[in-house]
Design a protein around this ligand. Sequence first.
Ligand code: CP
Ligand code: NVA
Length: 309
Amino acid sequence: MTRHFLRDDSITPSEQREILALAEELKRDRWSQKPLEGPQTVAVIFDKSSTRTRVSFAVGIADLGGSPLIISTASSQLGGKETPSDTARVLERQVSAIVWRTYAQEGLEQMAQGTCVPVVNALSDDFHPCQLLADLLTIREHKGETAGLTMSFFGDGRSNMAHSYVLAGVMAGMHVRVVSPEAYAPRADVVADARRLAEETGGSISLVSDAEEGARGADVVVTDTWVSMGKEDEKQQRLRDLIGYKVTQRVMSWADPEAIFIHCLPADRGYEVDTEVIDGPQSVIWDEAENRLHAQKALLVWLLRQQEA
Ligand code: CP
Ligand code: NVA
């Protein structure tokens, strides 16, 4: 049966654990799985810029025995010229999976509805679920079991990253705090979905506007750019609104002494995070960036297995 990965909760908590365990296995033995041998092709489409996602999917697909086809929307017929579902109907005759970085979540849903190959969200305005698989893998490596840990996200709580931390973190049994001004709180429907998941996993979600309260005792401190792709026009306003939510050494001092710092990157150093923190001893950002490779390979292996089930 075709499964898609459009949001963090497109999979169940136990499927999330299965994919993370597979990622750990693939990290230990990088070339052990070749489900794309042939080579079969995976289309990786970008409406927005990317370094990590582009490289990790291209390398990962090659590691799995396949061939990545990187498509820039500007030089394709997507993006107003052809619908996502028509595009998918063309691609599915030739590729084994479609990975897409785009703006509207709705476009991904339309693409997934129209095709018999797995569609993967490589970042939309609403979610970045591939990043969360890598982040959970990183947290497991540095902190052990995720269940019961407290993770505090600082900054734009309405961003794709915040939404993904809320859903995927709660799925992993974590206590997720979103530390932001009220006007930048996560979307109510995402919070409601997370609360439903929390009943199953024992995790929780809380919205906090006081930075010290948000950081207190946290095991994982995380932030992201204040100006996500597509929000450039709001830059000056955002810098003013979010200045009190910068991750500084002071913020880290309120967290657990063993806390780790993560950031999906790219970082605007000096804005959402101080250089001393991102380059400091608690930061594990380079492991996190590497883990995009292992986590996404595991995801592709898992999605391809579901095709056979
Ligand atoms: N973290 C992340 O998705 O990075 P890129 O925008 O470089 O792909
Ligand atoms: N929130 C950021 C993440 C970049 C990987 C953005 O959407 O630009």
